[in-house]
Ligand binder design. Structure first.
Ligand code: G16
Length: 546
């Protein structure tokens, strides 16, 4: 089956993209991600893998997105998108790692041949790959490396240009479903805006006097996408105040702004306090590739840290799950709604959701949550960091379309559910789509952020990054809630956690940054710092022991 691999072409192209010596690459939480200056060979090789993945699927279009999302500007990476718009099938991940780490051309060819024989790939099949990228200065060169890889295997390449990650996922699904009964939409960026805007305008029919939504675009590609989306949404229906839109200022991306900054530091983006922001106004932050969103608001002056209230992914999940459950009941149809979270979900949110719906916990990473959400008729999945969406199973979509309403109220609910199926980007978490979903719910309920926030009170919580020599020595089980390695550390964490009221803490290696993450929560705010710092200290001590 390996026959037919154009080995000399691959070897010649590979010479242009040498692998840096002594660097190891790992397929992590969201693909391959590291410093941009050492990623050229990896991107070339991802091009080769993308072509093989498409050949395996008989020429269905695969997506490759060059982005490092929430990471600092000097990093970059590639997210790989399968034909239905979901993340690359997990069985391919270890093969990607092997290909990325092959240290000679012979090893590279051998690792490709391994993929071909393992997945029984017919090399004569066609290949089609769409490539998108975010605003990072390193993208152009890395896209070229990918294209060189794709060309070496003769893949048809579609240049999607500058896109948000969710837009690329949308395009992949549209291309692969075009002309079929499952058609997901018009395969173009304009088609994406038109689909979202049309659904939003169906759901929010009346003009409104709600103040503009302040949007921190993280100085990333979300700034472009928001500017374009606004053209499709009349200002009297929804108004925006885009901020942090400096996409070409060196070093500005995700710097002191963006969803990750706001969630981790639990504060406004730096400098926002000077922007004449009013208590009760709605603010939200995208991340660098606009696949995450968190909301927040102020209860008093912006200058006071105590005024800040975060409405993170957990709060979005509770808002969406509550609203969708009510619509399903009003529509008079039987659909099971379930929620999916990770260990980072605030204990209060899990308690709140569990009283209303089944809740599943998975390891970090959209790839895990997405598949768990597919088990429900309506699967609401959100990571606390703001990455998430809602999935409607094919049978749920059919029921919503075909149900005969037994009252005018049921008819309205069915129409609203139908519009939500279109409003929500079901391929992956999408900051723009999630933002419109939140805005629909708040308007329908006539809620401001404080009413939304009133559902439950977050336990005080903290996420810390600990830099260690080898993060891979930290191994976990039970959806990352417990450590199995280094030996003895979990017991020490348990001992410490036991000293605090309603406390919980866990430790896991990041799959996107070179660090170990520590999460801690407890009932009493003043006990949070000693708990979180205590666990972080244990991590450093054990890491030093090796
Ligand atoms: C990616 C993943 C998310 C994950 C985040 C952090 O987000 O898509 O699912 O929560 O990384 O992962 P880790 O803790 O392993 O570093 P993004 O927005 O950076 O692509």
């Amino acid at each position: 089956l390996g026959e037919g691999l154009p080995t000399s072409l691959i070897a010649a192209a590979s010479q242009q993209h040498p692998k840096p010596i002594n660097q190891t690459f790992t397929y992590g939480t969201a693909g391959l991600r590291t410093r941009a200056d050492i990623l050229d060979s990896t991107c070339f090789r991802v091009g080769l893998i993308g072509a093989l993945r498409s050949k395996k699927l008989k020429g269905k279009t695969i997506g490759l997105m060059v982005t490092a999302s929430h990471n600092p500007e000097q990093d970059n990476g590639v997210k790989m998108v399968d034909p239905r718009g979901e993340m690359l099938e997990a069985t391919w991940e270890p093969f990607c790692t092997q290909v990325a780490n092959a240290s000679t051309d012979e090893e590279l060819i051998a690792s490709l041949e391994k993929i071909i024989s393992h997945f029984k790939i017919d090399l004569s099949a066609p290949a089609s790959v769409i490539v998108g990228y975010d605003t990072r200065p390193s993208c152009k060169q890395l896209v070229q490396a990918i294209i060189d890889g794709l060309s070496a295997l003769g893949a048809h390449t579609i240049d999607a240009g500058l896109k948000t990650t969710p837009q690329l996922h949308y395009l992949v699904k549209c291309i692969n479903t075009e002309g079929t009964p499952e058609s997901y939409g018009e395969p173009s960026e304009q088609g994406y805006y038109r689909k979202l805007a049309a659904a939003f305008l169906k759901l929010v029919p009346a003009s409104s006097d709600v103040p503009p939504l302040v949007v921190d675009c993280a100085n990333g590609v979300g700034a472009y996408a928001l500017t374009n989306l606004i053209k499709y949404l009349p200002e009297d229906r929804i108004a925006f105040r885009p901020m942090r839109t400096s996409t070409t200022t060196p070093g500005a991306l995700n710097n002191n702004c963006g969803a990750d900054y706001v969630k981790t530091n639990q504060c406004l983006p730096a400098g926002f306090e000077k922007e004449n922001l009013q208590p009760g106004e709605r603010f939200c932050s995208f991340d660098g590739d606009a696949d995450r969103i968190v909301y927040y608001y102020l209860t008093g002056p912006a200058s006071s840290k105590d005024s800040f209230r975060l409405l993170d992914g957990d709060k979005i999940a509770s808002l969406a799950a509550g609203y969708l459950s009510e619509l399903v009941t009003a529509a008079g149809i039987e659909l099971e709604l379930g929620c999916v979270q990770t260990a980072y979900a605030n204990g209060s949110s899990t308690k709140y959701l569990k009283q209303r719906a089944p809740v599943t916990c998975t390891p970090t990473g959209v790839k895990h949550l997405h598949h768990a959400a597919e088990a429900y008729d309506i699967g609401v999945y959100f990571e606390a960091n703001g990455h998430g969406t809602v999935l409607f199973s094919p049978s749920a979509q059919r029921k919503i379309k075909e149900a005969t309403p037994n009252s005018p109220a049921a008819q309205t609910a069915l129409e609203q559910l139908g519009a939500l199926v279109d409003l929500i980007n079901q391929t992956v978490g999408d900051a723009l789509s999630d933002m419109l979903l939140v805005e629909v719910i708040l308007r329908t309920r006539q809620w401001g952020p404080a009413e939304w926030d009133g559902a439950y009170e977050d336990l005080p919580n903290k996420i810390l990054k600990v830099n260690v020599k080898d993060r891979f020595m930290f191994k976990t089980e039970d959806a990352e809630r417990r450590l199995t390695s280094p030996p003895g550390l979990q017991e020490r964490i348990d001992e410490l956690v036991g000293k605090y009221k309603d406390a919980r803490s866990f430790v896991r290696p990041s799959g996107t940054e070179d660090c170990v993450r520590v999460y801690a929560e407890c009932a009493i705010a003043s006990e949070l710092a000693p708990l979180a710092n205590g666990v972080a200290k244990l991590v450093s001590d054990y890491a030093a022991l090796g």
